[in-house]
Every structure is written in C-alpha cells, then in structure tokens.
Write a protein that binds this ligand. Structure first.
Ligand code: MN
Length: 213
C-alpha cells in the first residue's frame, strides 16, 4: 500500500467489495420538510461516507478485507483491539439500514401481516410508535432505536454508539438514528420533534415487513 493509496480509499477497494457507499434510495430532498436536504447531504455524503472510507483503510491487507460487512461486524464485536474496525463497519451497516427505514410519504398504515404482529406485541401501531419514540428519547448520548423480532415477538430496543442487533439473536426490522448529526441542523436539541415527525411522516413500514422474512 502506498501513501497515495491511503489518501484514496476507493483505490483500496476490490471491485466486488461489499464496503461501498450504497446509493441513497431517494433524492437528498425527498424527505423534506421532516429531514432537510442539507442534513441528508452531510449525514450521507460526509458521515456515512467517512465510516466507509475509514473502514476500507482499516481492513486493507488484513484478515477482514475479504469478509462481508456482516461478518466483519460479528467477528470484531467485543474485541477491544478491533474496536475501530467494529465501530466503522457497524456504522456503515446501521446507516444503510437507516436510509432504507425511511421513505418519502412514509409513516402510513401497516402491511396486514406486520399489523397482526404489531397488534399482538404492542397492542396497536400507535403503541409501537410510542415505544420507538421512548427508546429514541431515553437513549443517553449517541445511538439507535430499533424495531426487532426476537423469537417470533416484536420488541423495541436501543443501542449505544455503533452497536446493533446484528451481534445478538434479534433480527432488526427498522431503525432510527438518534446521533445528534441526524437531526441537529433541522431540530437543534429537540430530539423529540425529530423522532415524532419521522415516525409520522417517513418511517417505512413496508421495509420492516420485508425484513420479517
Ligand atoms: Mn448517523
């Protein structure tokens, strides 16, 4: 690896590497006014991209360079000396999952099969949304709120920093990014407004449904 390669992560990337910045599933202004194009531009174009670029540099020439993103995450979890690799890999995965958890004109009614599960697990869609908002608001500092399926039952959990349900037996269905960079330009310190607006206007229940199978 040469110095110029270090400064150009794309040169370190194999042609078929899973560690590429995925295309956003919508345009940068598609989530306005709930999330501004400016927020998406920084969040996707700077934050998400940096996690990917850092990861590519960290794994170049290591035992991890040929692994899938998911395998890198599970292989480095809870290993102190691999923390930087875990953090960057998990943040790449979490952000890709977050973009898919949102959609233009989201937040509507539930696909029937998901509704049945949500009603059984939370009582109603509105109670499920309340649980997600509660998880997002009570997360101290940076982290994520998740809807997961755990042994046939739906649950809401939160994770700190870069952690995710991928390292547990729970399967993630959707997520909300509650790092300040996700909302600060639009809502400043008002995390509650960001989370409620996102749940009402953007959350992609069809994506959660697809993740059940
Ligand atoms: Mn983020």
């Amino acid at each position: 690896m040469t110095n110029s390669d270090i400064n150009n992560p794309s040169k370190l990337l194999r042609a078929n590497s899973p560690i590429v910045l995925p295309t956003l599933p919508y345009s940068e202004n598609a989530l306005e006014p709930t999330i501004s194009a400016k927020t998406i531009s920084f969040h996707y174009g700077k934050h998400h991209k940096s996690y990917g670029d850092n990861l590519i540099k960290l794994i170049a020439g290591t035992e991890y360079s040929d692994l899938s993103l998911e395998k890198i995450i599970t292989a480095t979890h809870d290993q102190k000396e691999k923390k930087a690799i875990f953090n960057n890999a998990s943040q790449v995965w979490n952000h890709t999952f977050y973009w898919k958890s949102l959609q233009e004109k989201g937040g509507g009614s539930l696909p029937t099969e998901l509704k049945t599960l949500i009603d059984a697990s939370f009582g109603s869609q509105s109670e499920c949304k309340k649980a997600l908002a509660e998880a997002a608001l009570t997360q101290f500092g940076s982290g994520w709120a998740w809807l997961v399926i755990d042994g046939g039952k739906l649950k809401v959990i939160n994770t700190i920093n870069a952690e995710s349900p991928l390292t547990t037996k729970m399967k993630p269905l959707l997520t909300i990014d509650v790092w300040e960079h996700a909302y600060y330009l639009d809502y400043q310190n008002r995390r509650v407004e960001y989370v409620n607006a996102l749940l009402d206007n953007l959350i992609n229940w069809d994506f959660a449904y697809q993740n059940l199978s």
